[in-house]
Design a protein around this ligand. Structure first.
Ligand code: FES
Length: 102
């Protein structure tokens, strides 16, 4: 007997990398490193398995060449960049990147 028809549809998933700038403009007043630390802590709670398996990676950069007045980050593989995002917004974006709905 084949139960494939009863199986729940699989949620598409992929790997993701979050690049956070801690360069001279983004971290002029310590905001870049503070955001990075807060996001790292939040990701370790919300995406522990993804971090442990390497499906999600968090990295820093010295400048993403997108300088604004707020810390800049970029998600890969989509390539979207954000400035001034909150920790909760970043968690949502990372979740969407790991499980795109197409
Ligand atoms: S210093 Fe952060 S994007 Fe340039």
């Amino acid at each position: 007997m084949n139960n494939d028809d009863d199986a729940a549809p699989e949620t598409p998933s992929q790997s993701a990398r979050l690049l956070m700038c801690v360069g001279p403009r983004c971290d002029a007043d310590g905001a870049g490193r503070a955001l990075h630390a807060a996001v790292k802590t939040a990701l370790e709670t919300a995406f522990a398995a993804e971090l442990a398996t390497g499906r999600l990676r968090l990295e820093t950069r010295d400048c993403l060449r997108l300088c604004t007045r707020e810390p800049v980050l970029r998600l890969e593989p989509c390539g979207d960049a954000y400035s001034g995002a909150s920790v909760s917004e970043i968690l949502r974006l990372v979740g969407e990147e790991l499980s795109p709905t197409q």
